[in-house]
Design a protein around this ligand. Structure first.
Ligand code: SAM
Length: 207
């Protein structure tokens, strides 16, 4: 492990945003999942969430830059479970949905703990999810086509969240708890050793 690599890992952890996430409702195409996680990594999302599609595990595209290594995807069995878990952690949920109550995605506040909810390529979000969300947001569409690819929509909104958070100074100070920071630092530096220690139920050594 070089000092340069260690510094790079620390610089990324320094900017992780534990209170910004996405929830993907039955988004299952590997290239879309990978592209979304790549955008999540770029803006500093700590972990992403998805609702399982018929109990199947998520799969990723081989051609991605392995963003899933840096942004774990937490799977929930139902949308209801995902909402309960995120709400219990204090997240407001913005559903990306072209409904009558949808507001322009630039009009909402992403500096509060925020989860961006995205839907499947074919059928979009379930009405249950769109209605239960704190707000519906949309990216204005002025062309002939009705909607964007889900990974493009995710990127547009995540980078607006990053812009607002940068302005508010959220990337200027470390936002992870010290314990969480140290755990991730060890796991990112030494993934194999970390796995062995976890299997043995042992704690990680100090760095
Ligand atoms: N036919 C689907 C529908 O009626 O919702 C279209 C789904 S769209 C291809 C896939 C997902 O991308 C949507 O569920 C939403 O999460 C996101 N999306 C696409 N275009 C969007 C837009 N203009 N504003 C907000 N979200 C959008």
């Amino acid at each position: 492990m070089t000092l340069e690599r260690h510094n790079r890992i620390r610089a990324v952890l320094d900017r992780r945003q534990p209170d910004l996430t996405v929830l993907l409702e039955q988004v299952h195409k590997p290239h879309n999942l990978s592209a979304i996680l790549r955008s999540c990594d770029a803006v500093g999302v700590l972990e992403a969430h998805c609702v399982a599609l018929e109990g199947r595990p998520a799969t990723f595209s081989d051609t991605s830059a392995s963003a899933e290594k840096w942004v774990p995807l937490v799977t929930h069995q139902t949308t209801k479970n995902a909402f309960s878990s995120l709400k219990a952690k204090g997240f407001q949920i913005y559903a990306t949905h072209l409904s009558e109550r949808a507001v322009d995605y630039r009009e909402v506040d992403y500096t509060r703990p925020t989860c961006i909810l995205l839907g499947a390529e074919k059928w979009g979000l379930s009405s249950e999810a769109a209605e239960a969300a704190d707000a519906n947001i949309m990216i204005p569409m002025n062309g002939m086509v009705q909607s964007l690819n889900v990974s493009v929509a995710a990127a547009v909104i995540l980078f607006e969240a990053q812009r607002q958070r940068q302005k508010a100074g959220f990337y200027d100070n470390v936002r992870l708890e010290p314990d969480q920071y140290q755990t991730l630092e060890y796991e990112w530096l030494y993934p194999r050793e970390a796995e062995i220690l976890r299997e043995r139920g042992e704690t990680y050594p100090a760095l």
